[in-house]
Design a protein around this ligand. Sequence first.
Ligand SMILES: Cc1cc2nc3c(=O)[nH]c(=O)nc-3n(C[C@H](O)[C@H](O)[C@H](O)COP(=O)(O)O)c2cc1C
Length: 367
Amino acid sequence: MSTLFQPFQLKNRKLYNRFVVAPMTRISAETNGVPTEAMQQYYDRFARGGFSAVITEGIYIDERYSQGYYHQPGLAKDQHVAAWSPIVQTVQAHGSVIIAQLMHAGGQSQGNMHTDERISPSGIAPKGEQLEFYGGKGPFPASRSLSYKDIAQVQEAFVDSAQRAKQAGFDGVEIHGANGYLLDEFLTEYMNQRQDDYGGSLDNRLRLFLETIRAVRQAVGDDFIVGIRMSQIKVSDPDYKWSGGENDAQYIFEQLGATSLDYIHVTDSDATQSAFGERTRTLAQAAKTFSQLPIIVNGGLGDAEQAQALLAAGDADVVALGTSALANPDLPNKIAHGKSLVAFDFAATLLPQAEIKHHELQMTLSE
Ligand SMILES: Cc1cc2nc3c(=O)[nH]c(=O)nc-3n(C[C@H](O)[C@H](O)[C@H](O)COP(=O)(O)O)c2cc1C
């Protein structure tokens, strides 16, 4: 287990081991997106349990179209900043780093207190059905395609929320470019039918990513971590693959590698498997090879031996754990002391909280 417990220098912060908590939406903020004391306790458990870094749940970035779920926390106004600060301090008090995941839900939004309208690159509804578990029902509705003004407002919202994250004391931000949300919709051919300079070629479909990274970096300066999360898989389309396979991956990761990003966080359903068909690279290998940046890897890596093998092979630098961290908020400490892990149980871990929140939501909406 040697690599997993070695420190890692992430820009200007030292992670004391390679265990990071993956971003997980927990729908436990106030209706107006203000983080709660329950969230402080939730994040504290991971920092106490030996995770050297925590990436927060996806945080909405403005009071327009970015919110994806009712009871999602925001970084869209001063009140949000004030309520995040004690959470940030709690995590940092244990020597852990905390990074805010900035998210624009785009057409994959299923609950926004500020509007019923959704925006997406071409107004096309995502595949599949909304997650009932998060209060949604039925297919995703169609949306409105973004105008140039909307695109400018989205970039401004990423910039403003990144500055708010810095103000709240976060060590950095992670731009959510994965899982079928707005930026990923731009990258996805069937979601992006635009005829302008944001659609068509891969170059154009990546434009908003690169512009956003540049704008955020310019606003937060050089002493603040800026990363990005990338995936092929989507909430609304878990089997999606980039049409150009490894060639697309090469282009995407080379482009991202040439920016001022401090890391790329890749997620796949099984991070140890070939990502682009038989005998191809894993997503992490592709990201590492083509970007040359520090790589956080995620996806089914709760088994420490598998995670260790991946790091030892040099395919990634840090491992992000989602469900296994939920079931074992003290997973790194357990591994260090040779204790056995609790298996993740969806019904036991997530459903009770979702039911309470669903009930609260019905009450709020009927007020
Ligand atoms: C309850 C839950 C909420 C999630 N919310 C987010 C999120 O807000 N942002 C994100 O990028 N991924 C989110 N994910 C995906 C996880 O970060 C992670 O990619 C996924 O759980 C696979 O990793 P694992 O095998 O370690 O669980 C969520 C996953 C779960 C289980």
